[in-house]
Design a protein around this ligand. Structure first.
Ligand SMILES: [Zn+2]
Ligand SMILES: [Zn+2]
Ligand SMILES: [Zn+2]
Length: 296
């Protein structure tokens, strides 16, 4: 076999368009899936197309004629970077809806970003004091989609059951994302990549992260938990996000959108006890964030 082709070095086993590199040490056992899968208690299959599409017979959709863009607004620039970043540092949270399988526009429509999947060269590596981590092997401009946090989509009850069943030394991977629209409606999404997941499960927490999470809807009402670069990131930098869903120092949990009075809150808790945080950021809280709302 050609020595330059080393499929064993691709964590995704060829499932991603770009190989996910890893150092070749002992990896945890899990099933790689680039996309969310239906887990226990989730009544909707995330791979099902449940959203309507536009009828634009164009190369790329424009807001003059596109029903998708007219309904949900422009989320991306023509080059595919997130637009709202310039307005609210780390704090954009208007709902993002991409063109989907039912849309008539081409695959290169600028309203298709997260659905294109992993595009960057990432590497899972062994950090000095925080177990596994993920670093980028190339520069990432601010606002670029980096990867999803994909796994089993489960119900609240199942998330609680799994979390309560965890031993204290086990990592909790479950992310809870709550989207508030107005005062009444709250959508909750629970994703657990422990058994079935993608490269996102190896991302470490930081109190001063370079990525932030944003729920993005493509074909399904179930959002994908997309991670975008919150600033320009250099090659070889470790990629991190705030497990507590913090976007700003003032109001870490929730942010109000300017467009739709929607707010997004994402959180992941590591076990039932606070674990020491080694992110090294100046404003580090010294402990990984603890959110017990998942247990109530
Ligand atoms: Zn389109
Ligand atoms: Zn369109
Ligand atoms: Zn569309």
């Amino acid at each position: 076999m050609d020595a330059s082709v080393r499929p064993a070095m691709d964590l995704s086993g060829g499932l991603e368009d770009v190989p996910v590199l890893f150092e070749g040490l002992t990896l945890p056992t899990f099933q790689y899936s680039p996309d969310n899968v239906q887990g226990l208690g989730c009544t909707v299959d995330p791979s099902e197309v449940t959203l309507p599409g536009c009828s634009c017979l164009s190369h790329s959709c424009s807001s003059e004629s596109c029903s998708c863009l007219q309904t949900h607004g422009h989320s991306y620039s023509r080059t595919g970077t997130l637009l709202e970043l310039s307005r609210t540092d780390f704090g954009c949270c208007s709902p993002v809806f991409e063109c989907n399988a039912l849309c008539a526009c081409s695959d290169t429509c600028s309203n298709r970003v997260v659905q294109r999947g992993l595009r960057l060269k990432l590497e899972v590596f062994h950090t000095r004091n925080r177990g596994w981590g993920v670093r980028t092997l190339e520069e990432i401009p601010r606002g670029t989609f980096v990867c999803e946090y994909a796994g089993e989509v489960i119900s609240f009850g199942e998330a609680r059951r799994r979390q309560l069943g965890q031993k204290s030394e086990e990592n909790n991977y479950i992310i809870a994302v709550r989207e508030h629209a107005g005062t009444a409606s709250i959508t909750e999404t629970f994703v657990d990549p422990a058994q079935v997941g993608n490269v996102g499960r190896f991302l470490n927490h930081s109190c001063l992260p370079n990525l932030f999470m944003l729920p993005v809807r493509v074909h399904s009402v179930i959002p994908r938990l997309a991670l975008f670069a919150g600033r320009d990131i250099d090659a070889q930098e470790e990629l991190t996000f705030d497990y507590s869903g913090g976007h700003t120092s003032q109001n870490p949990a929730e942010l109000l959108s300017t467009q739709s009075d929607a707010a997004v809150q994402a959180s992941r808790t590591d076990g039932l006890q606070r674990k020491a945080c080694h992110c090294g950021a100046k404003k580090c809280t010294q402990f990984l964030p603890l959110d017990l709302s998942i247990l109530n």
